[in-house]
Design a protein around this ligand. Structure first.
Ligand code: M6R
Length: 366
């Protein structure tokens, strides 16, 4: 049932090219300049009325919201609040009929996410669910559902479901931008071509898994690990650090690179590992200067950078390259090495990768 892989997690990591195709391609016909969002009832007029968007979820699914916030605000100029469901539900958030609420859930059964959905519906907001489990409670109760076609995810640590959620977020955010006239047909075609190229690009990252495994074994005894980045890289850092905590039980923190010197850099010492995320071209120099600061304090640095940006080799101890794509889509590619790295650290430390201690696959109580 593991298809020859040692663990479900590894199998699911390697399924990602297929998952991305299934989630994206049927919705992006090449003979139309349109995105076909089956299950979404919002009209152009409805979209024009939206005055704010909440993206609410838990854990890994909530990081889809952080990526969505960057994308929607930058292109469509609608304010987006990306929030954890357990906080959202107890703080009396401001919602009205012009609010669009997007909830994200693999299982479709997460108690806090479901409670957030119900609150939003009560206030008259329109709720879209990005859901993986067909017919789950969130899928049934949301006004609209955009399914992620990841298939059953068995490993407790989410991998392929997250990549599929990112795909769904790319589609919704591009759809909103198109309806608002914020991107041209040419720009849409360019994004569509890049989306079509994502599965092959994921394959080229998967081909580097032996190299990533070596790095994981080399750094598996690190005492504390920081994941740093800016912008979309910062959003991706959240997922990298969570994977390491969940399955490798390593203390890992995601940090906005520019925020390090406001406190946490005091923790950097010999033996610290810093994973530097560098897929935002316009922020590259800024993050590199933060990387130099942690190097000067004794950290080892593993950089995840775009192919061709070889100058990072002068600063970082190790570099994993990911293929170039449209800036809009970097997060999905950049995350794959983080998954493989966490997986092999957990294996190297001898942990039960698919069933980490204290965790359940679906959190149906708060
Ligand atoms: O089923 P959901 O997507 O609603 O679950 C949300 C989180 O519990 C989940 O993503 C969790 O953080 C995973 N263990 C992450 O690997």
């Amino acid at each position: 049932e593991k298809g020859g892989y040692d663990h479900f997690m590894l199998k699911e990591i390697f399924e990602q090219p297929r998952v991305v195709k299934d989630t994206l391609l049927p919705r992006l016909p090449l003979d139309q300049d349109e995105i076909l969002l089956d299950g979404i009832s919002l009209s152009k007029e409805d979209i024009e009325k939206i005055n704010q968007i909440y993206i609410v979820a838990c854990g890994t699914a909530s990081y889809t919201g952080l990526v969505g916030k960057y994308l929607v605000e930058r292109i469509s100029r609608i304010p987006v609040i990306s929030e954890i469901a357990s906080e959202f539900r107890y703080r009396d958030p401001i919602l009205d009929e012009n609010t669009l609420m997007i909830v994200v859930s693999q299982s479709g059964e997460t108690a806090d996410t479901l409670a957030a959905l119900r609150m939003a519906k009560k206030s008259g907001a329109h709720v879209i669910g990005i859901v993986n489990a067909v017919g789950s409670t969130i899928a049934r109760e949301a006004d609209d559902v955009l399914y992620t076609w990841a298939g059953p995810e068995i490993a407790v640590a989410s991998t392929k479901a997250y990549s599929a959620q990112l795909c769904a977020m790319y589609l919704i955010s591009i759809k909103i931008a198109m309806e608002l006239g914020k991107i041209s047909v040419e720009e849409f075609r360019e994004l569509r071509d890049e989306l079509y190229a994502i599965p092959k690009k994921i394959e080229t990252i998967l081909e580097q898994s032996d190299k990533i495994k070596e790095l994981a074994y080399k750094y598996k005894d690190s005492k504390n690990v920081f994941y740093i980045g800016r912008g979309l890289d910062f959003a991706v850092s959240m997922e990298g650090a969570l994977k390491l905590k969940e399955i490798a039980y390593l203390h890992a923190e995601p940090y906005a690179a520019g925020e390090l010197k406001h406190g946490p850099i005091a923790l950097i010492e010999d033996g610290s590992l810093v994973v530097g995320l560098l897929a935002q071209e316009e922020l590259f120099d800024k993050t590199v200067s933060n990387i130099k600061e942690v190097k000067a304090r004794g950290a080892k640095v593993l950089a995840i950078a775009l192919e061709g940006n070889t100058e990072i080799e002068k600063t970082a101890d190790e570099v994993i390259y990911v293929p170039r794509t449209h800036w809009y889509l970097t997060s999905i590619l950049e995350n794959i090495p983080q998954q493989i790295f966490a997986y092999y650290i957990a294996v190297g430390l001898g942990h039960d990768v698919d069933k980490p201690r204290n965790l359940a696959k679906s959190v149906t109580v708060e």
